[in-house]
Every structure is written in C-alpha cells, then in structure tokens.
Design a protein around this ligand. Structure first.
Ligand code: NAP
Length: 257
C-alpha cells in the first residue's frame, strides 16, 4: 500500500504505544498530514477500527508499534486483524512479527516537537518491496533520511547507536563525577565540560576520531596517564578508565585511513 505523498490525509496510521517515541511520532505524523489515531494504549486499536471495511466503518492502513521490544510480537497479533500493514520502530528487533520497520536514529523523551525528525537518519526494512517502500516514504514524510537495514546486520547497527548515545552518556557521567569530586557542583561541571564535548564531536564529524584525537595518550605522555588513572580509583572508575585508555591507545596507533 504505497503512501500518497500528495494526499497523506488519505492514509490512516494507528500509533500503538503512548510512551516516549509513540507520543512524539503521533504528533509528527499528524503534523506531516497523515490521518493519525493515537497514540493508543493497550488494546485500544480494537475500539478504533473494525475488522472489515464497509461504508460506515473504518480500517487502519498502517499500525505503527511503539511498544517495548519485548511486547512487539503480542502487539502485532493484537493489531493484525485491524490493520493492512504493521511496522515497528525498534532498532534491535527483526521483522519476524511485522511487515516493516522504521527506526529513527535519535533519542526521545516524549517532549520533542515534530521537527525532531528533520535531517536525522532512519533505518528502514521491509518483508516485501512494497512494505520497504512504505517505510522509506514514512521516513521521508517525517523529514528523516532513510537508510536500508538488512535484518542480518541489526546487532551491529544497534550497537553503533548504543556507542553513539548510551555509552557516551556513561563516559560523560564519569567526567562529571571526577569534576564533582574536586568540589565543582554537578550542573556547573556539565556547563564547563560541554564546550569540550561539543568541539570533540564536531571534530569527529569533520575528520574522524583518529585525526581528532588530542591529549596525553595521543602525545605518548605515560606519566600523566598514570596519574589520571590513580585519580579515578576512589570513584571506582579505574576499570572504565583502563578499557577506554586501552582502546584510545589502539586508536592513536592506528594507521591513518
Ligand atoms: N525512546 C527512544 O529514544 C527510542 C528511540 C528509537 C527507537 N525507540 C523504540 O521505540 C519503542 C518504544 O520505546 P519507548 O522508549 O517509547 O518506550 P516507553 O517509553 O517505555 O513506551 C512504551 C509504551 O508502550 C506501551 N505498551 C507496552 N505494551 C503494550 C502493548 N502490548 N500494546 C500497547 N501498548 C503497549 C507502554 O504502556 P504501559 O506503560 O502500559 O506498559 C508504554 O506506554 C521501542 O521499540 C524502542 O526500541 C525508542
């Protein structure tokens, strides 16, 4: 069921799951002109549509499951009698229970405006060429850039997203803890460290990690690295420090691409 870019209001989309992503996605799809139901809570899809299309009743074109990964299979079973096409928004989950998937490569709290999707990547997949085309069209309608993802490569893709988001926060929290330990209030520590973080990210985007790397490991200053490590011990951060220092040495010694 290809979407009509010219007439999105002719496509009915039920957003199932009223959590962080479902709330924002329903808002954004509505802003893009689709006829959106929801975000729907558990089993609400059964009251929103009928199982048969008649003149007086409605059938859902697409059910988009924004539920925890562990609930996708059950939610798909519940949506199947009511919707022509079913998709999920999980980066980690295969297409086993659904027709397509669209995974926005961004982190959501539920408060974001519809334009949060503009310019971001969105991994798309489909069990059929038609289902894949629908996922790509949905991504473009949201203003996102679709990237086709094979189910066989989901684990690598999702691990990349975790490194870029979850693990960055773990590292930044360690920096905040160390600054706090010397008496800098936590909010001030984040303010002080933020320009350094942003510049590092900008440099990585521009030239890659190898070229962007500065600091004692890149300079081969082992004495300073050893003193830093000692400072992490009272906060139980030495294992994280060791793992990151080891990987940073490998990066520093990697031949230029
Ligand atoms: N948040 C993000 O940054 C983000 C980014 C990309 C992709 N995603 C994907 O988005 C999906 C949802 O994540 P989330 O962060 O939005 O989770 P969430 O905030 O925990 O929301 C999940 C929602 O699904 C509801 N739910 C659970 N089982 C259901 C069912 N069987 N039928 C209908 N609703 C059900 C939950 O309701 P109850 O409270 O009643 O359990 C909750 O409102 C996941 O696949 C995740 O991988 C999330």
């Amino acid at each position: 069921m290809p979407l009509s870019a010219a007439a999105p209001h002719e496509t009915t989309i039920a957003v199932v799951g009223a959590g962080r992503l479902g709330t924002v996605l329903a808002r954004a799809l509505r802003a893009a002109g689709f006829d959106v139901r929801g975000p729907l809570v558990r089993d609400e899809i059964a009251n929103t549509s009928t199982t048969e299309s008649t003149e007086n009743t409605e059938r859902i074109d697409i059910a988009l499951l924004c539920v925890p990964d562990s609930a996708i299979s059950d939610a798909a079973d519940a949506a199947r009698p009511h919707a022509d096409l079913i998709g999920h928004v999980s980066g980690a989950t295969s297409l086993d229970s659904v027709d397509f998937s669209i995974h926005p490569l961004q982190t959501f709290t539920g408060t974001e405006a519809p334009d949060v999707f503009h310019g971001i990547g969105a991994a798309v997949a489909g069990r059929t060429p038609e289902a894949l085309a629908t996922a790509e069209q949905l991504a473009r309608a949201l203003g996102a850039r679709p990237v086709v993802l094979d189910d066989a490569h989901r684990a690598e893709y999702h691990a990349a997203a975790s490194f870029a988001s979850n693990f960055v926060l773990t590292v930044l929290d360690a920096a905040e803890q160390l600054a706090h330990a010397v008496g800098i209030p936590r909010d001030e520590a984040r303010d002080l460290l933020a320009p350094l973080v942003r510049q590092s990210v900008d440099n990585w985007v521009a030239v890659g990690a190898k070229e962007a790397l500065t600091g004692p490991i890149a300079r081969g200053d082992h004495t300073t690295v050893a003193r830093q490590r000692t400072a992490t011990v009272p906060l139980d951060l030495e294992h994280l420090f060791d793992a990151l220092a080891d990987s940073t040495r490998v990066l520093a010694e990697r031949p230029a691409a």
